[in-house]
Design a protein around this ligand. Structure first.
Ligand code: M6R
Length: 608
């Protein structure tokens, strides 16, 4: 939820930290701060409520010269948004500074204990206790002091600590919240994710839970919390710094919508062959998959909507019960889970706390776990028996777009592959799917082209009082996702409903100010959707239909039509969502919203 960056090396730390914070800002953006130990050996701290730009202005564009420092961009959990509560936080001596992402659950008890021991805590945050615990434990070695302090913490954390008296050194630790180390030529970094440091180095260490990393220029030593030395692999980030730039688009979201054809191509690379689909990542667990008798998908938000498509396909193609579950609810009433249950955890970031906690429960109960994620080295990959990557490249906008379509695609491929392995689908069915998959990237390009009119359309709908999105079967997840996009970035209320449910209550919301958006692409449920469109029209609602190119009758029932190419029904969600993403984008722009960083949200939700 927050972004952390740290640097130690020969370059100017200040600009590197500010650049890293700008790149990490999508993780949380209610306040930002940096701390530096200057070349003169002084500690410098500047922190401000507001975005990174406010911090940069406060610094007058010129942070003091320093070779070591840490930075933080915040999404508030404990303590309101204020300059004081912004990170970094310091101890009583003002020599130790800490940045933290996560929640120290026992912070109240620790605060009381520290205050009773004479410490003065200045902020309302949980994080500040860490600085004071390190202060108490410090006997000349920062790593030892941090390890000692960590023993006192309950909860989740990624944190980085700096001491004024050890001016080339940073110590970081992670537990259930992401933190990586970047290893450069004579310089080292910490970051919440690779986007902050890929411009400087592509060599990274994905820290595991319980790791403590002690970095100095060009070196990184990883131990466990008791100081036992650990070997960690150095991975290479497969994408460039440019991939995480706007590339001429006004917003990351628009860029990422336009990247979808490429992302779909990349997600299929090496996986879709003439005879069928093959995901080699699941080869090591294929013998266990042979016995699967139930499939449970676990996810949040957009990933949950993608999972609805996956659930339909696992059920249809494998012939076993399959269900999509909201991860945050899963643990309250878990389904029967055993060694024959396949659990598919779907998460773009691979760090969503709810999804990880639910997955852990399934794993404890003996289920087979496959992670579907965009993030190599993320926490979910360690919870799973196998991980299948979206290969979509970095997604920066808070509103997910290209990772939704690649999640749907990857789940289609996963279900097809396992069904094929179990002999549950005919050769002809597989061949038909392969042909449709191969056509998909070009069809996505066409869908973007056809959606050219959404900008003008959005200007006519931007003042609507709210929206009702409906769909059936594979159109239903697209409707839910379309409604979520509108809500997230335009702050307009939007309901996503199974079209058949309209008459059971929500139809009363429809009138001239509440348009009906219907996913009415060619499908077995098309005629029923048309009836729902007519129900809306009869209530004076303006009707926007997403329809298949060549549909001759839809225009009679709709005020506006967004056309998409024809495809197999299981792939139709991918194409249908494209005009809905663009519509949401242009409505938000027309309403003057902060598209890439909508209020109250963060891209990576690492708290439960
Ligand atoms: O990283 P994850 O896929 O686990 O994230 C899950 C949700 O937080 C995420 O999809 C969220 O709903 C997006 N902001 C939607 O645009």
């Amino acid at each position: 939820m927050c972004g952390i960056v740290g640097y130690t090396g020969p370059r100017e730390a200040g600009p590197i930290l500010l650049d890293g914070l700008r790149r990490l800002e999508y993780r949380g953006y209610d306040s930002a701060g940096i701390a530096l130990v200057t070349h003169a050996g002084e500690l410098f701290v500047e922190k401000r409520a507001g975005k990174v730009a406010v911090l940069t202005d406060a610094l007058g564009g010129e942070p003091p010269t320093a070779g070591v420092g840490l930075g933080h961009t915040r999404w508030a959990t404990h303590g309101r948004v204020s300059d004081l509560n912004a990170h970094p936080h310091s101890d009583c001596t003002g020599r130790i500074t800490v940045v933290h992402n996560g929640i120290v659950e026992n912070f109240r008890a620790l605060r009381d204990e520290l205050a009773a021991g004479g410490h003065v805590l200045a902020s309302e945050t949980d994080t500040e206790v860490v600085a004071h615990l390190v202060e108490d434990a410090y006997k000349g070695d920062l790593a030892d002091a941090v390890r000692s302090a960590l023993h006192r913490l309950e909860g989740a954390y990624a944190l980085v600590v700096m001491h004024q008296d050890e001016p080339d050194r940073l110590v970081g630790a992670r537990l259930n919240v992401p933190l990586i180390v970047g290893v450069g030529e004579g310089e080292s970094f910490f970051a919440s994710d690779a986007s902050a440091l890929v411009a400087y180095t592509k060599k990274v260490i994905f820290l595991a839970d319980g790791d403590v990393a002690d970095i100095r220029p060009g070196t990184a030593v990883v131990t466990d919390i008791d100081g036992m030395r650990l070997e960690r692999l150095v991975d290479t980030i497969p994408w460039s710094a440019e991939a995480a730039e706007k590339g001429g688009y006004e917003h990351f979201m628009l860029k990422e919508i336009h990247e979808q054809p490429t992302a779909l191509r990349s997600a299929m690379a090496g996986r879709v062959r003439r005879g069928g689909v093959c995901l080699e990542e699941i080869d090591p667990i294929r013998d266990r998959l042979a016995n699967v008798n139930r499939v449970e998908l676990i996810a949040c938000g957009t990933a949950y909507y993608a999972s609805l498509v996956g659930a339909q396909l696992f059920q249809d193609w494998l012939g076993v019960p399959a269900r999509a579950n909201v991860a945050s609810e899963f643990r309250y009433s878990p389904p029967p889970l055993d060694a024959r249950t396949l659990v598919v955890a779907v998460t773009q970031s691979g760090e969503t706390a709810d999804t990880i906690a639910a997955t852990r429960l399934a794993r404890e109960r003996g289920s087979i776990v496959i992670a579907v994620t965009n993030t190599v080295g993320s926490a979910i990959t360690r919870e799973a028996h196998a991980a299948v990557f979206l290969q979509a490249g970095p997604e920066v906008a808070v509103a997910a777009t290209k990772t939704f379509v690649t999640q749907v695609l990857t789940l289609v491929m996963l279900a097809a592959d396992i069904a094929q392995q179990l002999g549950r689908r005919t050769k002809a069915e597989e061949e038909e799917l392969v042909v449709a998959l191969k056509a998909l990237p070009e069809q996505a390009e066409r869908a973007i082209e056809l959606a050219g009119a959404t900008e003008e359309m959005a200007s006519r709908y931007a003042e609507a009082a709210g929206f009702m999105y409906i769909g059936r079967a594979f159109g239903y997840p697209a409707a839910l996702e379309g409604a979520l996009k509108i809500k997230e970035i335009s702050y307009l209320h939007a309901e996503g409903y199974a079209a058949g449910e309209l008459k059971h209550g929500p139809i009363s919301l429809l009138d001239a100010d509440v348009p009906l958006v219907a996913v009415a692409t060619r499908s077995a449920v098309y005629e029923k959707l048309i009836s729902n469109l007519m129900e809306g029209k009869a209530r004076d609602a303006r009707v926007i239909a997403v329809a298949t190119e060549g549909d001759k009758q839809i225009e009679q029932f709709a005020t506006d039509v967004c056309w998409v190419p024809d495809t197999l029904e299981p792939l139709s969600t991918i194409l249908a969502v494209i005009p809905l993403q663009l519509f949401a984008y242009y409505v938000a722009v027309a309403r003057g919203r902060d598209v890439d960083q909508p209020r109250n949200l963060a891209k990576s939700v690492t708290v439960e």
